[in-house]
Design a protein around this ligand. Structure first.
Ligand SMILES: O=P(O)(O)O[C@@H]1[C@@H](OP(=O)(O)O)[C@H](OP(=O)(O)O)[C@H](O)[C@H](OP(=O)(O)O)[C@H]1OP(=O)(O)O
Ligand SMILES: Nc1ncnc2c1ncn2[C@@H]1O[C@H](COP(=O)(O)OP(=O)(O)OP(=O)(O)O)[C@@H](O)[C@H]1O
Ligand SMILES: [Zn+2]
Length: 474
């Protein structure tokens, strides 16, 4: 295939779709064949990072050790290429190659990227603009299938509906390296614990009702509950796209910019999709989504990848210091002797053992942060046999094809291990403080149920805008 290159003149065909912390996503609005049905994933650069070393440099010496089993990664001339290979050779086998499109790298000119930056500025959430710009120094961007539309339409007039779920970590850790003071980690999900810190930091205005433990439970009823909870408090964990446009949820992880201003508006939007009475369509749609999650069985597969984190950050951090051949700052801080203290079994591992712990931890980190997109289309009786998965939706008598894809399978940098440790400590400190100020000193953290946790949470109430300020239906 001839090498594709995007120039300044092409920029107007690419429209803002959304963004995360690290990339900006553009969808294609033109008619050039190779780009139809695709999105472009353009890396961003943090404003406080003066150089873009991460994108242009090689893997660090210690990262090379870490990924040495995945030989192709080491042959990559840049970190950017190594990250692309990581999706193909590390994440794809874990999640299934038919559920991952690693994309192809295409050349982009600096003028194209500058034009994209200008054109998208007004649509980006302001807190994302404050944090990062489009990285105009990049030579390449990734061209990936647009999972918000069904791959091949069966009929001309066909609609396309898809949901995006960022399920986060679906299990409770049980590592023996978790400090006694942190036992709450063994009974309350990381997501729930983190909510409290986010609320204190005013990153969210309301605690999420969602609990990943329901989503990953394998129980149909609990999955259904978790999808309803996502709909009530979507934050950056739930979005709905109709014909490629966001109709529910937050754009770019910011405010809820959506066509569905209230539940009725959303219910009305579903008219072309769900054959049910007014006011009943949303519930039927959420049921359809839950069914697809259950039937696909993909969350079980994702959970196995997340469980590669077997030691928890409180254990893995010690292996990290051995991998980078530095004195263990955590043992030092905790006053533990490296060779005879609580973590001596970790510190006495051979290098390959430490490498495996850290490697598995980072793969699990990717699996805890990715999103799943499920796209649907209606099947008519006359349609040919489906090459996709099929769901019969009992409540409406409709049949749907659905396809599940994983997005955002980025490799996490090795240096992030110390950040993970610090964040974990911060989340736990916040929880401990909350429990103290809750003025119920006798209650044992392990018996705190979800309701009492929410009631006791300290939502800092002031007028500052949060990332999820305008909640739908409010
Ligand atoms: O640490 P977490 O669990 O808050 O996850 C971060 C995400 O926060 P959230 O899902 O909102 O809690 C965070 O998402 P947001 O920026 O909050 O939308 C990123 O996905 C971040 O990954 P990276 O820095 O882009 O590699 C994520 O960082 P990683 O932990 O996956 O490295
Ligand atoms: N292939 C795709 N098809 C459709 N929409 C996509 C696709 N990839 C990304 N998106 C949309 O763009 C958003 C941001 O993409 P992505 O999660 O890859 O960004 P990121 O910066 O890597 O995220 P993070 O904050 O997790 O690091 C997604 O939440 C999703 O709404
Ligand atoms: Zn240590």
């Amino acid at each position: 295939m001839m090498e594709l290159i995007l120039e300044e003149k092409d920029a107007s065909d690419w429209v803002y779709r959304g963004e995360g912390a690290a990339n900006l996503i553009l969808s294609y609005a033109g008619s050039s064949h190779p780009f139809v049905g695709k999105v472009l994933r353009v890396p961003k650069v943090k404003k406080d990072e003066t150089n873009c070393e991460e994108l242009t440099s090689y893997l660090s010496e210690h990262e090379c050790l870490l990924w040495k089993e995945d030989c192709d990664l080491l042959s990559a001339p840049t970190r950017e290429i190594a990250k692309h290979l990581y999706v193909q050779y590390v994440m794809c086998p874990l999640l299934g190659s038919n559920h991952v499109d690693a994309g192809i790298r295409i050349l982009v000119s600096m003028d194209f990227l500058k034009a994209v930056e200008r054109n998208t500025l007004s649509q980006r959430p302001s807190w994302r603009v404050d944090q990062a710009d489009v990285n105009t120094q990049c030579d390449y961007a990734l061209l990936i299938s647009d999972h918000s539309v069904f791959p091949q339409p069966l009929h001309d007039e066909e609609f396309s509906i898809s949901v995006e779920i960022k399920p986060k970590c679906g299990f409770l850790p049980c590592s023996r390296y978790i400090a006694e003071d942190h036992t709450i980690k063994k009974s309350m999900s990381r997501f729930k614990l983190h909510q409290n810190l986010k609320s204190q930091q005013k990153k969210v205005s309301q605690l999420s009702q969602y609990d990943p433990l329901d989503m990953f439970s394998g129980s149909r009823e609990r999955i259904k509950k978790s999808v309803k909870d996502l709909f009530s408090t979507p934050q950056n964990n739930f979005r709905v796209f109709l014909n490629g446009s966001l109709v529910f949820g937050s754009l770019g992880g910011g405010e809820y910019i959506t066509n569905a201003h209230n539940e009725k508006a959303f219910d009305d939007l579903l008219t072309s999709v769900i054959q049910a009475d007014d006011g009943m369509r949303t519930a039927c749609f959420l049921e359809l989504v839950s069914e697809a999650v259950s039937k696909s069985g993909l969350l079980d597969r994702l959970l196995q990848a997340q469980k590669l984190d077997a030691f928890d950050i409180e254990g893995a951090i010690h292996a990290y210091y051995d991998v980078v051949s530095q004195p263990c700052l955590v043992c030092k801080e905790l006053g533990e002797d490296k060779l005879s203290g609580r973590f001596s079994s970790l510190h006495s591992l051979p290098l390959d053992g430490s490498l495996k712990i850290v490697r598995d931890y980072l793969i699990a980190a990717t699996a805890k942060d990715l999103s799943m997109m499920i796209s649907f289309r209606i099947r008519e009786k006359r349609d040919p046999k489906s090459q996709y998965n099929v769901i019969f939706h009992e409540s409406t008598g409709q049949t749907f094809d659905y396809k599940v894809s994983f997005i955002d399978l980025d490799m996490k940098p090795l240096e992030k291990m110390t950040y993970y440790y610090e964040l974990d400590q911060k989340i736990l400190r916040c929880y401990t403080k909350m429990m103290k100020t809750a003025k119920r000193p006798k209650i044992s953290p392990s018996v705190v149920d979800k309701t009492s946790y929410q009631e006791k949470s300290m939502v800092v109430e002031d007028d500052s805008p949060t990332r999820d300020s305008a909640v739908i239906g409010a």
